[in-house]
Design a protein around this ligand. Sequence first.
Ligand code: SF4
Ligand code: SF4
Length: 208
Amino acid sequence: MLSKLSLALKKAKARIKTPKFECKQCGVCCVKYVICVTHKDAFRVAKQTGLDPHEFLNCTIPEKGVEESFKGVPRFTGQDGKQWILCFKENEKTNGCYFNNSGPCSIYPVRPYVCHAFPFLWHGENSNPRFTFNTDSLEFCKGVVGAKENKFPFDAVAEDMKISEKEDKEYAKIVKEWNDRVEKKEIESPSLQKFIDFIMKKASDERN
Ligand code: SF4
Ligand code: SF4
């Protein structure tokens, strides 16, 4: 049986289509999700922070029950021949994103595109609506509670999402090339470390 709280939440979720929202930069959303990244995301972060990408990148295999949220995310063949998703490491203190210490994002200008649309979901330029509200955020997003107006920059984020879609396609091709080369045994003992080197070289080549 649903508790009163979860019943109220369910009703609120059904009612809210586009809530008032103003980000409070609390960083709570940054400890809720695995942050998937592309070659370009990793390249920008490494360039901006001066960090070695091996320091902040990791890989994951989604647990049963949450696979749906990772639908369409390219998987590379890595350790043990398993299919992995590239993501940020966890921050040891918060168990959230590597770049969040229970506050604002420390790489905000170069944060991965996957972070740009939250707490909305992007459905593509030709969709109507292009954005819908991610009702899961009602459970924790301080920007929805008590906001007086909607300050989400829909038009600017739509532009970001177009770049994101382009980079996602490039990344999918790179992952396919990696997987094909592993299958042909052109890359031996595939690992996260080797995959990171592979995608960083691709990102660097694309820039030149
Ligand atoms: S990159 Fe920044 S915005 Fe994205 S989850 Fe990490 S801390 Fe949050
Ligand atoms: S939880 Fe909401 S208010 Fe807090 S940083 Fe994320 S989007 Fe902004």
